[in-house]
Design a binder for this molecule. Structure first.
Ligand SMILES: C[S@@+](CC[C@H](N)C(=O)[O-])C[C@H]1O[C@@H](n2cnc3c(N)ncnc32)[C@H](O)[C@@H]1O
Length: 246
C-alpha cells in the first residue's frame, strides 16, 4: 500500500477511512437520481452491462451482491436466493423496498439484507455460488481484504463477478478520466441542478482505480483461479471473473 496523503486518501489498493466516510455520504446523496444519471452517462449501456453480469448466475443459486446500493442490479436477480450487502443503512432501506416488492410480484421470498462492509462480511464460510460487485469494488476501503472475505464466503467452485470502471490499461484510464471529468460531470450537474453534486466524489474513485493486471494480481494472491478480465466499454466498464478452487 502506498502513501495516500497526496491523493486525498485514495489509491488503487483502497481508500483511507476519512475519505471513505465522506464518499459514503456522497453516495447516499446520489440515491434520488442514481439510476437516471447512470442511464444518461452510459448512454443506456448500463442495462446491458447489468444483464451481461447477471447472466453469470442461474436459477436456484445462492447469490450475494456486495455493495448493492439502491438495488439497481439486485432487482433483476430472478429465481435465486439473494442476499444484498451494503454498509449504508439508507441504501439498504431503498434496496429492500424496491427488491422485495418485485420479488413478491414474482412470487419469490424476500431477499436478506446485511449492513456491513466487504472487508468484514458477517456471514459463514462457503455459502454462495456467486458473488457480484457492480460499481462498488472501487469503493472498498481495502481491496485485498474485501476480495479475501468474498473468497471466504464463496462455496468451493463458486465464482466472483465484478463490473466496474473500464481500465484495461492506463490509456483507457486516461480516456475514462476525460469522460468522468467532463461528460459525466455535465450530466450530473444538469440532472441534480447542483454544482456540488456527488459525482465529483465518484470521479475520484474512478481516477485512483487500478488496471486489469493490478487487480488480477491481487485476486491470484488471495487464491482465486481462472481469473479473467474483459473490457466491456473503454473507460466505462470492465468485468472480472474469478473462481474459488473446488
Ligand atoms: C455506486 S453504488 C453501486 C450500486 C449497485 N451495485 C449498482 O449496480 O449500481 C456503490 C455502493 O457500494 C457501497 N460500498 C461502499 N464501500 C463499500 C465497502 N467497503 N463494502 C461494500 N460496499 C461498499 C456503497 O455504500 C454504495 O451503495
Amino acid at each position: 500500500m502506498s502513501d495516500r496523503s497526496k491523493t486525498g486518501g485514495f489509491d488503487p489498493s483502497g481508500i483511507d477511512e476519512e475519505a471513505w466516510t465522506e464518499l459514503e455520504r456522497q453516495l447516499e446523496a446520489t440515491i434520488p437520481v442514481y439510476d437516471r444519471v447512470n442511464r444518461i452517462m452510459t448512454l443506456g449501456f448500463d442495462k446491458g452491462m447489468r444483464k451481461h453480469v447477471r447472466n453469470h448466475a442461474q436459477k436456484g443459486m445462492k447469490v450475494l451482491e456486495v455493495g448493492c446500493g439502491p438495488g439497481s442490479f439486485a432487482v433483476g436477480i430472478e429465481g435465486m436466493d439473494l442476499t444484498c450487502l451494503d454498509p449504508s443503512a439508507e441504501m439498504l432501506k431503498v434496496c429492500r423496498k424496491r427488491v422485495d416488492k418485485v420479488r413478491e410480484e414474482r412470487g419469490e421470498s424476500p431477499a436478506q439484507y446485511v449492513e456491513a462492509i466487504a472487508e468484514e462480511i458477517p456471514l459463514p464460510d462457503d455459502t454462495f455460488d456467486r458473488v457480484f460487485c457492480l460499481f462498488s469494488f472501487r469503493d472498498f476501503k481495502d481491496k485485498k481484504q474485501g476480495l479475501s472475505e468474498i473468497f471466504r464466503v464463496l462455496k468451493p467452485g463458486g465464482q466472483l463477478v465484478i463490473c466496474d470502471a473500464g481500465k484495461a490499461n492506463w490509456l483507457h484510464g486516461l480516456f475514462g478520466r476525460l469522460y468522468m471529468g467532463t461528460f459525466v460531470q455535465w450530466v450530473a450537474r444538469i440532472v441534480t441542478k447542483d454544482p456540488n453534486h456527488p459525482w465529483k466524489w465518484l470521479a475520484r474513485t474512478y481516477t485512483h482505480y487500478g488496471t486489469h493486471s493490478y487487480y488480477k494480481g491481487i485476486m491470484k494472491e488471495v487464491g482465486y483461479e481462472q481469473v479473467k478480465a474483459r473490457l466491456l466499454f473503454p473507460g466505462m466498464s470492465s468485468r472480472f471473473k474469478a473462481s474459488k478452487p473446488e
